[in-house]
Design a protein around this ligand. Sequence first.
Ligand code: 5GP
Length: 186
Amino acid sequence: MAVVTSSSSSMLLLRNFATVCKVSQFVRANSRIVFSIRESIRVLPGRSICSTRASHNEEAAAKAAAAVADTGAPTIFDKIIAKEIPSDIVYEDENVLAFRDINPQAPVHVLVIPKLRDGLTTLGKAEPRHVEVLGQLLHASKIVAEKEGILDGFRVVINNGAEACQSVYHLHLHVLGGRQLKWPPG
Ligand code: 5GP
């Protein structure tokens, strides 16, 4: 009986040893796969994978938007200005409208736009005649930051063109704040 047990144990040990060998062979042969799995697990709790996926979507959307940018077609912002679709307005005057971004990237994320586009699909289209409204947009951004209580730390961003992931071709300033913002922005 004791002999049978001992031989069973030996068999078990041998089988375990064989399994360990096979696993280590697999790991050696597939070190790149294992590394990439390890990397995936490492980044799961963070934002890297999501950000990469999101940025691919943003890039695709930006390219699609750029393709029709110069047709002069109205944008979603025309509907917001005309109050045909609702928006959460933070500030408004004769020339400027500021409303919360539908997809906020920070606790405070407000878009500041000229009510009259006047060719300003992008900042890159700015002409000397736009100098006044450009100043008004910057000043309105400061008013928004003040109203939102982020005057001590905020960022104003203008995405210009597909390479900067612009998706709406009506000039707009993003006013961002309410959390520690990182630099470089990516
Ligand atoms: P861009 O990517 O062109 O710099 O910024 C356009 C912004 O407009 C995006 O951040 C997007 O979330 C925002 N946006 C797009 N459609 C709407 C909308 O219908 N309402 C609001 N409030 N924001 C929008």
